[in-house]
Design a protein around this ligand. Structure first.
Ligand code: SAH
Length: 242
């Protein structure tokens, strides 16, 4: 786990032996389940350390800029094999994590992994963001809604912002197109009660490309019509013509 340790240090995150043990288990489970289940394209030891674990942890400095994550409610939308949610929970066990994923085989893996790691305060949900955003128990209940590699910004905003309480934040992990994507999504974000706070470039140890964190404040309630029915946000993204 040398790459992870070095990269975390650059992010000013200290990894204790128990964190490293948990990352090692996660790596082993991911590789072993991937043989049957095709959970992720990245399974080489270095790739998992940098592109999955470290990239997930790169959210932390931005999320803890104002206050610690302890007791905060965080939902990871379209978490896949658990990214960024699981690494965040490993290093900040006090946060209350909900993992949302639409694909059942990934949900089965996540339930296994959470149990294997002995993580407490994690809820794994099989479903779609469009449904959860209209459910009273989840709508505007989270301090943070995070996502990586799920959808383009206008679509993602409709998945994330309805879940965030006023005063909370959405965080999207994006690649090099982030500035243009955010610009195109500005109207959609405003319509959903959000306000773009920061677009932060992130350099990761051992990774050539620049990554971006898009931080959006939830400043107003989301209108009841959002999110629209499953499939509609991606078919007719907000703010596009027609
Ligand atoms: N966040 C993970 C997985 C990215 S792949 C990572 O970065 O590694 C995108 C995942 O989002 C897929 O597993 C897909 O099933 C899920 N997904 C896409 N749209 C979704 C939606 N509307 N609601 C819930 N999950 C969704």
């Amino acid at each position: 786990m040398e790459l992870l340790i070095a990269g975390a240090k650059e992010l000013r995150i200290t990894l204790a032996p128990e964190h490293l043990a948990a990352f090692r288990i996660t790596y082993e489970e991911l590789v072993s389940w991937n043989q049957k289940f095709n959970l992720t394209a990245i399974t080489d030891y270095e790739g998992v350390q940098v592109r999955h674990f470290l990239d997930s942890l790169s959210c932390l400095p931005a999320m803890e800029y104002h206050e610690r994550l302890t007791d905060q409610r965080v939902i990871d939308v379209g978490t896949g094999a658990g990214f960024p949610g699981i690494p965040l929970k490993i290093v900040r066990p006090g946060l209350r994590l909900t993992l949302l994923e639409a694909t059942e085989k990934k949900v089965i893996f996540l339930r296994h992994l959470v149990q294997r790691l002995g993580l407490e305060g994690v809820t794994v949900l099989h479903g779609r963001a469009e449904e959860l955003g209209q459910a009273t128990a989840h709508r505007e209940r989270y301090d943070w809604a995070v996502a990586r590699a799920v959808a383009e910004m206008p679509i993602l905003a409709e998945y994330l912002l309805p879940l965030v309480k006023i005063g909370g934040r959405a965080l999207a992990q994006k690649g090099e197109n982030a500035p243009a994507e955010v610009h195109r999504a500005e109207r959609a974000i405003t319509r959903l009660g959000g306000h773009v706070r920061r677009l932060m470039p992130v350099e990761l140890h051992g990774l050539a490309e620049t990554r971006y964190l898009v931080l959006v404040d939830k400043v107003a309630a989301t209108a009841a019509q959002y999110p629209r029915r499953p499939g509609i946000p991606s078919k007719r993204p907000l703010g596009s013509k027609g």
